[in-house]
Design a protein around this ligand. Structure first.
Ligand code: GLU
Length: 482
């Protein structure tokens, strides 16, 4: 096989949509698996709907996902001369004809068809013009579009995912390939670009299947072989609706802000419409590249499940080193005023240990912030429900007593702390849980978290006992006021 060349061709009319991100991932994995090239093309021929700020947003998202491109970005808006060149070529083939019908005339015919409840298809008024009539109109400078004349018969292509595809040409109308203002129509520009860019495989969402038939006909008129075609099942939300731009999951650019890891997003989206045909689900980038094959693409539509994506993220968080996670969490702790740049740089090992303790409990990077706060600051408040349950005059005394015991320990280690707490519980005739819960609340302000003894040891003896005594004081103060 010659070198594989694939592309992603987003239109800059919005942020990188999850469907486009998934298409980009499939193309990128296909290129990397085959040692080929992944090319970025910006489809900005529709000026009203294109926004240059979106180009940057889209490229930023692709970069964040790690989908590096080998060529481009190529902008369609800078290639008008190429489309004109190929329009001239297709004119010579005799397969196109000028259409002088005005938008108003076409609209009237469309409305008429609607009224009669028949399908509208261009009625070929201009195909019936004689060469003389055409010449006269052209010479008079009457505005005209160019239409491709659809031949009789049928159009076929082999879809690498869906198999043999056939359409009866009578179901297609003579499509405009170039507007009267000279701008190419999407289907024509795509064919010209894919041809000039040497694209070997077009891999895209199956909402483009109808376009593919038209594009195959344009290739044919130009006398170029069409690339291999592969369509991917669409992505639906859990109500089986297409994911719209307003949905929370719709924009890949939001995933970073929400605390997703790019490798987790790539992994999850790769599984929407593909599987390695074994029972693996959580895969690293190199594993995905190694396993990726279009034969693993599914035909049935995929369902985007936010809970599952979070699970993928949690698994990828678990696989990251504490250092790498610390690099991501540190700026968030600084932004949340939980620590300072200096504070974290000088206590990097401590930060890594904190991360290590929390990493099985966080599904999103952002969740580290809330859970890590107590390792850097005493609690500013105690969980309300926890207070009701675990704070009373008796616990205040127990917290003081346990703080004294902790102060007297030779070593403040996991086992020593555990034994000391169990001993005191026995002496006081209470269950260990009756100490464990108030201590956690006193030290962290929360009722849940990682293993208590590891947590206390990490926070350190001095800070732990100070917080326990502060909680005891707080309990007595509030009781006295109440
Ligand atoms: N610009 C098209 C889109 O955003 C992609 C066209 C193609 O892949 O051929 O859906």
């Amino acid at each position: 096989m010659s070198e594989v060349r694939v592309r992603i061709a987003p239109s800059p009319s919005g942020f990188l949509h999850v469907g486009t991100a998934r298409t980009a991932i499939f193309n990128w994995l296909f290129a990397r698996h085959n040692g080929g090239k992944f090319i970025l093309r910006i489809e900005d021929t529709d000026e009203e709907r294109s926004d240059s700020a979106m180009v940057e947003a889209i490229t930023d998202s692709l970069k964040w996902l790690g989908l590096n491109w080998d060529e481009g970005p190529i902008f369609q808006s800078q290639r008008w001369d190429r489309y004109t060149h190929y329009l001239d070529r297709i004119k010579q083939s005799g397969r196109v004809y000028p259409c002088f019908c005005t938008p108003a005339e076409l609209q009237a015919k469309r409305e008429e068809a609607q009224k009669n409840k028949t399908d509208y298809r261009y009625d070929r008024t201009c195909l019936r013009l004689s060469p003389d009539e055409i010449k006269k109109k052209l010479d008079a400078g009457i505005p005209h579009a160019w239409r491709l004349q659809i031949p009789d018969g049928e159009t076929r292509f082999t879809d690498l995912v869906y198999g043999e595809m056939v359409k009866q040409n009578k179901d297609l109308e003579d499509l405009i390939i170039c507007r009267s203002d000279g701008r190419p129509i999407y289907n024509f520009a795509v064919v010209v670009d894919d041809h000039e860019m040497g694209i070997t495989h077009v891999i895209r969402g199956n909402d483009h299947q109808t376009n593919t038939f038209k594009q195959v006909l344009i290739y044919d008129a130009l006398g170029f072989p069409a690339p291999e075609m592969a369509h991917l099942p669409l992505i639906f939300d859990q109500r089986k609706k297409k994911i719209s731009k307003r949905d929370k999951a719709a924009n890949a650019s939001d995933y970073a802000k929400e605390g997703y890891l790019p490798e987790a997003v790539v992994n999850y989206l790769a599984m929407l419409g593909w599987s390695p045909k074994d029972d693996r689900e959580i895969m690293t980038l190199p594993e995905l590249i190694e396993a990726f094959d279009l034969r693993g693409a599914n035909k049935s539509n995929a369902i985007f499940d936010p809970v599952k994506m979070r699970h993928f993220n949690a698994e990828h968080i678990r696989r990251k080193t504490n250092h790498d996670l610390a690099v991501m969490v540190a700026p968030l702790l600084i932004a949340a005023d939980i620590s300072t740049k200096y504070g974290l740089e000088t206590r990097w090992r401590y930060l890594m240990d904190v991360i290590g303790l929390l990493k099985d409990r966080c599904g999103l990077i952002n969740e580290f912030v809330e859970q890590a706060a107590c390792f850097f600051q005493p609690p500013t408040a105690y969980d309300a429900e926890g207070k009701q349950k675990h704070f009373n005059v008796e616990t205040a005394d127990r917290l003081d007593k346990l703080a004294d015991v902790f102060d007297g320990l030779a070593d403040f280690t996991h086992d020593a702390v555990e034994a000391a707490l169990n001993n005191l519980a026995e002496t006081l005739g209470v269950k260990a849980a009756q100490l464990i819960h108030p201590v956690r609340l006193a030290v962290t302000g929360r009722t849940k978290g990682p293993g208590l003894y590891e947590l206390l040891v990490l926070i350190g003896r001095q800070e732990t006992t100070a917080r326990m005594r502060a909680a005891a004081r707080y309990i007595r103060d509030t009781q006295a006021k109440g």
